[in-house]
Structures are given as structure tokens and as C-alpha cells.
Design a binder for this molecule. Structure first.
Ligand code: S3P
Length: 434
């Protein structure tokens, strides 16, 4: 088990380019594999999650070259060109990998099995298997709809008009990817708009699709044409540096090339409402996605009630928002975020427990928490193998009385390999325990 120590540190300074966006990297490999021709992906996230997705396609006969780190050349096999995998496909820790692959494998002429690590094996899959079964595929799961998923591929799927009960980009994407193989039209209407990378990337790869905030519509059996893709830096990885520079007095950090898709940047609105000083500069479009350099300077924060409508747009940022709230003046309330309980860990419970260990008063609620701002004492925080909780506690360590020990940090490599070096490069004092 890999533990980290994060020690109190002075002002943070520097320019940071965090690794490529995880959501976009997964989708880029998937669509490039199904396209006709050769696609080049630059800025690909070399994380365990996205590498597992690339391996899945290699297992199904797609040739993928890695000429240098963060670059992939994908020799697409066309929509119907995948081969039956020789064994189970291991999605590792990746919910996105498993749920999107389930959609895509539903329409194949072969059967497949998706497996995952201990954390992924506890995450609900019914949210995708339900609508996919309604489209005509049979999927066997373990009890309660948990992985592994045995997918009895059906190349004669039917389009669906689907309204997911929860706002989930993974569910929307799984249904749309199955819709590529379906007769007729597939329409997804969301209760709240979620990240639209699948829709915009399908369109960029030449698939006819209509979409807007909260809805998307496509019909099956068209073609994808190879495309070169530049992946922006992952906002969710930048978030740890945004909060760190905000909290540590005297800090100023520039984060380069950060993807600022509005469905991802709810944290910016929440932090600004708390008093943060975050400026966007050099805003531009990269591969159709809005990107900016973010300049973050220290500013004192005060607690807020996180607006409900921001929750889906910052769903991955609650662990680090909890740290910001714990260091703010006054009380922060989070509601409407029950989804956090079924992420890589139960993020409400893990963050509440870790913060209490560090001397912060936190009251858990079924769908959020009430956090009283205070001072971090030294202590130990259990990350429960959750990459985002581990990195969040590393930020808390910057302000702790002496240092914070963070348990079980190996999974940081799923989304942010190299976090420790980048963090130390701008002034963190983070080390692995001997
Ligand atoms: C993702 C969607 C979100 C997010 C996850 C990545 C995606 O999950 O939490 O980290 O790439 O589609 P949900 O769809 O479960 O909200």
C-alpha cells in the first residue's frame, strides 16, 4: 500500500501543465478505433484508466502505436471491424471506460465480458445495462447489477428515446454509442445537461448528430472518419492546483491549456463565490473545445451554500471543494450530490472522515455535507484508494500544523500520473513514505 506525507509549505509559484483530459482521452481512443483511417491523438492521458481503454481495443484487434508518451496513433478498423476479444476486458478502476464500452459492445456481433478492480466492481451498472437491454442486448451482471458484465452482443439493436433518471454523461454516452449500431433513431434527454464530449467528438468524426444542452439525437449505421485530436489539460486535475494556490498565502500559479468546457467548470463558479481570485487568459478553441490559461492567486475564502444547479458541472471536484470549504471562513453546505456516494469511493464519507481526522467539523448528510471552516491539524487521512480524495488531502497538508499522512495513494496514477513531481515543482512538500 502506498502512503504519502504532505507537509506544510510556503507560497506556491510556477507554471503547470497538467496531463490530458481523462474523459476526452477515453472517447478519443474509442472513436478513433471505430473510424476508417488513421487518427493521431496528442495530449493523451497516460493514466491507468485511459491506458486500460486503449488496451481493450488492442485486445479487439485495433493497432495502436505510442510513438512517444501522451501520443497515440490509432489505426481504425471501421464501425464493424472489431474482433471478439480473446478474454475478459479489464477496465481497471475506470467507470467511464466500463460504462462507455458497455454501450459500444452492445451492438457487436460477438460476446464480451467487462471486469474491473475492487472499487469498480462495487459500482452500479444498472444505470447503463437498463437502457441498453431496452435497445435489445442481453447483459448478465453479478447480483445487484454489479460488474462483471457479460454482454451478449446484438448487431440488430433498436434505437431508443431515453430519459435517464440521473444526470450522467456516462449513461448518455453509453446509450449514444449503442445507438451507432441501432436501427432508427436514438434520443437521450437529460434531467440536467452533462459534459457533451461524446456528442461533439462524434460530430467531429463525421457522424450525423444533433445535440444541445441536455439532449442528443443520432441514427445508426453511418461512418466515422479518422481525425487528429488534441486533448486539452484536464480541468479536474488542474482543480487541485487551483485550490492549493487559492489557499496558501502568497501563492500565484499559472495553469496552461486547461479545458474549460462549461459542463466541467462548476468549481470555478463555486470558488469565485467563496472569494477566489482566478483569471482566465488566452482563451481559445483547441480541437473544438474551449481552453484557457488560468492564473490563480491566493485569496481568503468564505463559506457558501453550493448552488444546486452547479452540482453536475463540478461532480468530480467535490473532494477538493471540501478542502477549500474546510479552510474557508464560516460554513459551506453541499446538497444534491448523492452521486458522490457511488464514485470511485463514497466521497462524502471518505472526505468527511478524513477531514474530521484533521480537526475539521463536518456533518454528513445523505446527499452532501455541512463543513465548518477551521484549521487543519496534523494527522492521518484515509483516501480509500480514491485518486481524487488522495490528491485533495495532499492539498490539506500544505496548511496543516505539521504534516498529513495520506493512506492508499497508488490510484492517483489512474488519472494523474506525475502529480507528486508537478506539485513539488511549484512548492508542495510531498513524499512517499519509506
Ligand atoms: C464522466 C462522467 C461523470 C464523471 C466521470 C467522468 C465521463 O460520471 O464523474 O469522472 O467521462 O463521462 P457520471 O456520468 O457518473 O456522472
Amino acid at each position: 500500500m502506498s502512503d504519502w506525507l504532505s507537509a506544510t509549505a510556503g507560497p506556491l509559484h510556477g507554471e503547470v501543465r497538467v496531463p490530458g483530459d481523462k474523459s476526452i482521452s477515453h472517447r478519443a481512443v474509442m472513436l478513433a478505433a471505430l473510424a476508417e483511417g488513421t487518427s493521431r491523438i496528442s495530449g493523451f492521458l497516460e493514466g491507468e484508466d485511459t491506458r486500460a481503454t486503449a488496451r481493450a481495443f488492442a485486445q479487439m484487434g485495433v493497432r495502436i502505436e505510442a510513438p512517444q508518451p501522451s501520443e497515440r496513433i490509432v489505426h481504425g478498423v471501421g464501425l464493424r471491424g472489431l474482433r471478439a476479444p480473446t478474454g475478459p476486458i479489464d477496465c481497471g478502476n475506470a467507470g467511464t471506460g466500463m460504462r462507455l464500452l458497455a454501450g459500444l459492445l452492445a451492438g457487436q456481433a460477438f460476446d464480451s465480458t467487462l471486469i474491473g478492480d475492487e472499487s469498480l466492481s462495487r459500482r452500479p451498472m444498472y444505470r447503463v445495462t437498463g437502457p441498453l437491454e431496452a435497445m435489445g442486448v442481453r447483459i448478465e451482471s453479478a447480483s445487484n447489477g454489479l460488474p462483471p458484465l457479460k454482454i451478449r452482443g446484438n448487431s440488430e439493436l433498436r434505437g431508443i428515446d431515453y430519459e435517464p433518471p440521473i444526470a450522467s454523461a456516462q449513461v448518455k454516452s453509453a446509450v449514444l454509442l449503442a445507438g451507432l449500431y441501432a436501427h432508427g433513431e436514438t434520443l437521450v434527454r437529460e434531467p440536467h445537461p452533462t459534459r457533451d464530449y461524446t456528442e461533439s467528438m462524434l460530430s467531429a468524426f463525421g457522424w450525423p448528430i444533433e445535440f444541445g444542452p441536455g439532449w442528443a439525437k443520432l441514427s445508426g449505421n453511418h461512418r466515422l472518419r479518422a481525425l487528429d485530436i488534441e486533448v486539452p489539460a484536464d480541468f479536474s486535475s488542474a482543480a487541485f492546483f487551483i485550490v492549493a494556490a487559492t489557499l496558501v498565502p502568497g501563492s500565484e500559479i499559472i495553469l496552461r491549456d486547461v479545458g474549460i468546457n462549461p459542463r466541467r467548470t462548476g468549481l470555478l463558479h463555486a470558488l469565485r463565490a467563496m472569494g477566489a481570485d482566478i483569471q482566465g487568459a488566452n482563451t481559445r478553441a483547441v480541437g473544438g473545445e474551449p481552453v484557457a490559461d488560468l492564473v490563480v492567486r491566493h485569496a481568503p475564502l468564505h463559506g457558501i451554500e453550493v448552488p444546486l444547479e452547479l452540482v453536475p458541472d463540478m461532480i468530480d471536484e467535490f473532494p477538493i471543494l471540501f478542502i477549500a470549504a474546510a479552510a474557508a471562513n464560516g460554513t459551506t453546505r453541499v446538497r444534491g450530490a448523492a452521486e458522490l456516494r457511488i464514485k470511485e469511493s463514497d466521497r462524502i464519507a471518505v472526505m468527511a472522515e478524513g477531514l474530521r481526522e484533521l480537526g475539521i467539523r463536518v456533518e454528513e448528510t445523505p446527499d452532501g455535507a455541512v463543513i465548518e471552516g477551521g484549521k487543519f491539524s496534523s494527522g492521518e487521512a484515509e483516501s480509500a484508494g480514491d485518486h481524487r480524495c488522495a490528491m485533495s488531502f495532499a492539498v490539506a497538508g500544505l496548511l496543516a500544523r505539521e504534516r498529513v499522512r495520506i493512506r492508499d495513494c497508488a490510484n492517483v496514477a489512474t488519472s494523474f500520473p506525475g502529480f507528486m513531481d508537478l506539485a513539488n515543482g511549484c512548492g508542495f512538500r510531498l513524499e512517499r513514505t519509506p
